[in-house]
Ligand binder design. Sequence first.
Ligand SMILES: Nc1nc2c(ncn2[C@@H]2O[C@H](COP(=O)(O)OP(=O)(O)OP(=O)(O)O)[C@@H](O)[C@H]2O)c(=O)[nH]1
Length: 393
Amino acid sequence: MDYTIVVIAIAIVALVAVGGALLIVPRRRVGKAEQKPELDQPEGRSGAGATAVLEPEETEGATAVAEPEAPPVPAPPPAPEIELPPPSAGRMVRLRARLAKSQNVFGRGLLNLLASDKLDEDTWEEIEDTLITADVGVTSATQITEGLRTRVRVLGTRSVDEVRALLREELLAHINPKLDRTVRTKGPGERPAVIMVVGVNGVGKTTTAGKLARVVIGDGGSVVLGAADTFRAAAADQLQTWGERVGATVVRKHEGADPASVAFDAVSQGIEQGADTVIIDTAGRLHTKTGLMDELGKVKRVVEKKAQVDEVLLVLDATTGQNGLRQARVFAEVVNVTGIVLTKMDGTAKGGIIIQVQRELGVPVKLVGLGEGPDDLAPFDPETFVDAILETS
Ligand SMILES: Nc1nc2c(ncn2[C@@H]2O[C@H](COP(=O)(O)OP(=O)(O)OP(=O)(O)O)[C@@H](O)[C@H]2O)c(=O)[nH]1
């Protein structure tokens, strides 16, 4: 009997143990299932765990797709090719044909009049008018006409060659070949020469700054360009392109930055890197806007805290005639203009402006622009200029 009771007790204990085990296992399974959504939740900031969980599911697909599509390593952009521009010497002779073409009406008109059978009062008046039309200016036109008249009278005969020689001499005398037209591209001692390029809008300042950099580099110098035209971002871009082509350093800042600070930094950079020339392009400004003209004066003063400004080149558009002259007078008052650049001489027969502007300002024309090409800026040579005017073929 006792033995039976013991067996029954053992059986009950065994049943209870098996039942408990069955109950616990499903509960654990439920526990894991409950945890899974937690792991699938979107990755938080500390989502290392989440990433680790998502990885096995996504990695397979991602690896399969990513491998063949691995982005090709982009080839480094080709280094811009640095050009070596031609030297300045002989440029005007090279561009003489262009000058002869644009000044043809002026020169041929004068020669035809001087070679006419009867040199009466009317013809002399016509000669004077032709000179005035070519922007020589009234005073110079009268003087040139009177000079010719006297010499023709004294000479008596008038062959075509004689007439041409007389006219050549008169024009040359008024252009004054003795004026110093050197553009100072080398500073004294160690420091670079500092050149400011100024003028009204659209006359060709930025283009001139870029072309001048090519002239200096073509002659063996090194250049820093300062993009102090901060009104137009495009002007700085334009200058940068000019600089990159010839390996000149370009100093620029954001649009609207203080132009004086850009100019100052450009000069500092020029000194630091031992450049020969610093060329500062300034924003176009109407000579009638006092505030803007004052700003130009400030740019110059600020630069001069660092180094003396060796050249202030006033850029004038040769096609604008008298208006260009008015601009020149105001600019000369605000900044000490040391040289004139006459641009777009290829597009006008009014080459006489050279005589007038020099006479009015007492400042020499140092450079002439004869086209839109990068090397179409030439040191002005009076003799080549007059010969081009009087070329008849
Ligand atoms: N035909 C000809 N065009 C020229 C000459 N010089 C400059 N130009 C053109 O004149 C236009 C104006 O030149 P820019 O250098 O932008 O003038 P800018 O004075 O800097 O202009 P702003 O910054 O707006 O004041 C450009 O289309 C130049 O290519 C030249 O000697 N001959």
